[in-house]
Design a protein. Structure first.
Length: 274
């Protein structure tokens, strides 16, 4: 059963969102965690530990979160945040932009921190073919919905749409997802049935066809092969950890020790230690 779930909704004005997003183009976004990404997944940091918008890494720190230069430009986004969330508990706030065709290696977050945070997603611009996952559950988040994402579980994202997927992503130091709201308490909801995305069964010979990619696998195309496997996970009934299992099979059969070593490093980096 999925731990991530819908908490509620906030009103989002698409025109005001678009005006805010224009304020951080073209220089507001930076690459972050590129080792996870097959495509383009970029971050615009709005609040963090030191107010430096170029510092996109999540880390432990003491003291209050500091607004960055780009956070100060986004008046409407700040209005959404202050009207709906307890910003005294905020540790990080950022926009994340997932470009069309991009997928991200399954991973856990907070493995580099001493304590877990509460991660909240508010989609500002999205599409039906922009997906998230938690272990074996594939789902979509709608514009203005407020989702708790259990980042300690293995999860991924994919954008099969023709437009960018842009989320407001908030990390709080809080005891419970519902406690991040300001004002009236909101009840946590389960994963709505309409949010879940069905996957087809794996076809006979499908795994073997991917393993045959070993004949061409090298360090130059490894992430292209990884992207193919991740995309298959989002559309077919493939356990999330089998993404790395398939990649290990391909890497070992390739006979290239650099490829085999890189796959094992990626698996450890994504799942257990950073």
């Amino acid at each position: 059963m999925s731990s991530s779930h819908l908490l509620g909704t906030v009103p989002v004005d698409p025109l005001r969102v678009s005006a805010d997003l224009a304020q951080v183009e073209p220089f507001g976004y930076v690459d972050s965690y590129t080792e996870f990404v097959c495509g383009s997944w970029r971050t615009c940091m709005l609040w963090n530990w030191n107010g430096d918008s170029a510092d996109a890494r999540i880390r432990d720190y003491t003291g209050a979160a500091q607004v960055t230069e780009f956070g100060r430009k986004l008046g409407y986004v700040e209005e959404l945040m202050s009207a709906n969330f307890d910003l005294s508990k905020l540790r990080f706030a950022r926009l994340t932009r997932l470009a069309p065709g991009t997928v991200v290696l399954p991973h856990r977050d907070y493995v580099e921190l001493e304590s877990d945070l509460v991660r909240i997603h508010v989609p500002l611009r999205t599409a039906d073919k922009a997906y998230a996952s938690e272990e074996e559950t594939i789902y979509r988040m709608g514009q203005g919905q407020v989702w708790f994402l259990d980042a300690t579980r293995v999860h991924s994202i994919a954008n099969f749409a023709k437009c960018d997927r842009i989320h407001l992503l908030l990390d709080f130091q809080a005891d419970h997802p519902a406690s991040v709201f300001s004002g009236q308490h909101r009840e946590a909801l389960s994963m709505p049935a309409e949010a879940a995305v069905p996957r087809r069964p794996l076809r006979p010979g499908e795994r073997e066809a991917f393993t045959a990619l070993a004949s061409i696998a090298d360090m130059e195309n490894l992430m292209d092969i990884a992207a193919m496997v991740i995309r298959r996970y989002f559309v077919a009934d493939l356990p999330v950890l089998d993404v790395f299992g398939w990649l290990r099979e391909i890497a070992d059969a390739s006979g290239d020790q650099d490829v085999a070593g890189r796959v094992r490093w990626l698996e450890s980096h994504c799942l257990s230690s950073r």
